[in-house]
Ligand binder design. Structure first.
Ligand code: WTA
Length: 644
């Protein structure tokens, strides 16, 4: 452990006696004990999850970076999420669901969840979903049937691909086609800010050009009119009619694919990050238990949408594997009033809240009078994820939500890592606002400079494999092997995040160093938004940068070169925004679009986004000698001055 120096007094928040005493992990020696990481993960895998057949080896690294964990073992994550619990606590609530309309709610026990998953698994089988490589795309709002559909796929060894409900029909279509999905599971609609989002209509548009899809299962939720295509579309409740609520849990190989989840990178095409049953179960289970110090009586609320990795790992698989009660809320945080979240916490006695800094900044702006209206004393632990939390927001969260009683776990991880990687452990870690603190036991991280040497600041890397790591990119093994891994006395995983390490060995994440944006905690690629803009008839070239934003963290801003024959106008700007909304979704729409004559490019033709960002922020542009045409900087500045 690198806790070399004494902590300097000041901004340190120590675990309370109470937290330390009762926490799952209350001995700092855990880090030392986990230094032999294979023994550590072996212990966790044996003690914390159940296997149908034991594994022979903890890790096979003979074909790195295509690592295999718990080699030869047989497992099924749904056994650990369901079957295992119903023996002892079948009547315990697994999911508390709160719809956006206040009177719509539901509590589902572990036993009921088990039955509903089994029944839907049987339903999927009637559609021919069975084989190992079958991908079921799930496009739904936050309703219990979403995790039910995921678990049903996993139970029969099919692969799910959940697409965030905020993505457009075009984005959905691309993901369906890339995965060659046979079945789509969706719903008529769900509520968002009092309005119905017409999910099925979006699916219909997506399927206009998605030849692999044979069946669409439609859950009835809002009762809005939908168009059912004969021979293709079937209602969820009709499909399930008469089917048994038992379904054998298929023992699967540890390395059997559990899901793919598309995420953004530096190219226009989203990557299908692939996770497997065994290692992902082990990694999400133990991090849920230790990082959130989850106990049987807790009510755990992770506010992430299940369409993102945080929802996969910490709404669905981790907490259910641990046997927790999770809360799911369908709607907007501020509907019908800005205190909706706080009223939910009070109503259900939520004990652990896990959310994103963007939400905290938003509530901070609305003012503490909203949380003050509610009794939040049930809370005992808070968490954040998705982007760096600035100390001001951290302290606001600590004071106004946690009442200066609740530790905050600032957790750093990624879609690719599958599980939390850098985080405090609430019983032992001294907190510093703004730092994700230390790697989870068994995880080794470092910071490397451009030459690959260890440094105090540079790119964050992970130097040993971990169980919940992604195994490949769907259909793109070369991209997987080439893009993330570098060999430097062993294979090292490059995260794409800039970070620094302080005198206590604490990590401070600075943000992405590649062309990936975090907009309200959501991950988007510059190249994707640029691709969407270029697909518009008027656009010849486009560059997108992330501009700092008070609440969203970052917001996309676009620089566009028009084709000859097109003139800049307010109407065209609006039309381009609409186009991006249709191509990707509302989250990707640029806040501003600047029409420029030329983009700053190097002589080899690479767009220098760094320069655009500096101009946008009103900062010095720095070295521009590598530009093909240096006058472009002044010209772009003029365009921007004229607009401001
Ligand atoms: C960022 C989300 C600072 C980071 C789980 C990472 C964070 C990207 C933190 C992954 C944190 C996540 N502090 N930055 N605690 N957590 N990030 O794949 O840039 O949607 O690379 O996974 O989010 O985003 P993704």
């Amino acid at each position: 452990m690198s806790n070399s120096k004494e902590f300097s007094p000041g901004e340190i928040y120590e675990p309370s006696e109470e937290t330390r005493k009762y926490a799952w992990v209350n001995n700092e020696r855990i880090y030392e004990m986990a230094q032999d990481y294979l023994t550590f993960w072996d212990e966790v895998a044996k003690n914390d999850v159940e296997w149908f057949e034991p594994y022979e080896d903890v890790l096979d690294d003979s074909n790195a970076p295509f690592y295999r964990w718990f080699v030869g073992g047989k497992i099924n994550i749904t056994h650990n999420c369901l079957d295992r619990h119903i023996k002892l606590k079948g009547d315990k609530t697994a999911i508390i669901w709160q719809g956006e309309p206040e009177n719509e709610k539901e509590k589902i026990t572990y036993h009921e969840l088990y039955q509903r998953v089994c029944r839907f698994a049987n339903a999927l089988r009637t559609l021919g979903v069975e084989e190992e490589e079958d991908v079921v795309t799930i496009y739904m709002g936050m309703v219990p049937e979403l995790p039910i559909a995921m678990l049903a796929c996993a139970r029969i060894g099919a692969i799910h691909s959940v697409v965030f409900g905020g993505f457009s029909s075009k984005a959905l279509r691309d993901r369906i086609n890339d995965a060659e999905s046979k079945v789509v599971v969706t719903m008529d609609g769900y509520y968002r800010r009092g309005k119905v989002v017409e999910t099925k209509r979006i699916v219909d548009e997506a399927l206009e050009n998605a030849p692999s899809v044979e069946s669409v299962v439609v859950l009835e939720r809002t009762g809005n009119d939908v168009n059912m295509v004969e021979g293709r579309d079937v209602w969820w409740h009709e499909l399930e009619e008469g089917l048994p609520d038992k379904c054998e849990c298929r023992p699967l190989d540890s390395e059997h694919t559990l899901f793919i989840l598309y995420t953004s990178g530096t190219t226009g095409k989203p990557k299908g990050v692939l996770h497997v049953h065994g290692g992902y179960n082990v990694g999400t289970h133990i991090t849920t238990k230790w990082v959130f110090d989850l106990k049987d009586r807790d009510i755990f609320w992770c506010t992430a949408d299940i369409g993102w990795i945080t929802g996969h790992s910490y709404v669905v698989y981790g907490p259910l594997s641990v046997g927790a009660t999770v809360l799911m809320y369908e709607g907007a945080p501020d509907h019908p009033q800005p205190d909706r979240w706080w009223s939910i916490i009070e109503q259900y006695g939520v004990t652990i809240l896990y959310t994103a800094p963007t939400a905290i900044r938003y509530f901070m702006k609305l003012g503490e009078e909203w949380p003050k209206k509610h009794d939040l004393s049930s809370l005992r632990l808070l968490g954040t994820v998705g982007e760096t939390i600035d100390p001001k927001a951290w302290k606001w969260y600590y004071k106004h939500i946690g009442n200066e009683r609740c530790p905050i776990v600032d957790t750093w991880w990624q879609t690719e890592t599958g599980m939390i990687m850098i985080t405090p452990l609430p019983g032992i870690t001294k907190l510093k606002p703004g730092s994700a603190t230390l790697p989870f036991p068994g995880i080794e991280v470092d910071i490397r400079d451009e030459k690959g040497y260890s440094a105090d600041s540079g790119e964050l890397v992970i130097t040993n494999p971990w169980p919940a790591m992604f195994r490949t990119l769907w259909g793109e093994p070369e991209r997987f092997a080439k893009q993330y891994w570098r060999s430097n006395g062993g294979l090292i995983y490059y995260t794409g995040d800039g970070a620094r390490k302080d005198e206590n060995g604490y990590y401070w994440i600075i943000g992405r160093i590649d062309e990936v944006l975090k907009v309200s905690g959501h991950r988007l690629g510059s190249a994707e938004i640029e691709g969407a803009l270029i697909s518009h008839e008027a656009v010849s070239e486009a560059a997108v940068v992330g501009k700092p934003h008070e609440i969203k963290g970052e917001t996309p801003v676009a620089f566009v070169v028009l084709k000859t024959g097109y003139e800049p106008s307010v109407e065209l700007e609006e039309d381009l925004k609409k186009h991006v909304r249709n191509e990707i979704g509302a989250i990707a729409v640029p806040e501003g679009i600047y029409f420029v004559e030329q983009l700053p490019k190097t002589r080899s033709g690479k767009i220098m986004r760094r320069i655009l960002l500096a101009i946008e922020k009103g900062e010095e542009v720095g070295d521009i000698t590598t530009l093909e045409d240096v006058t472009v900087v002044e010209k772009i500045k003029e365009v921007m001055m004229a607009r401001k």
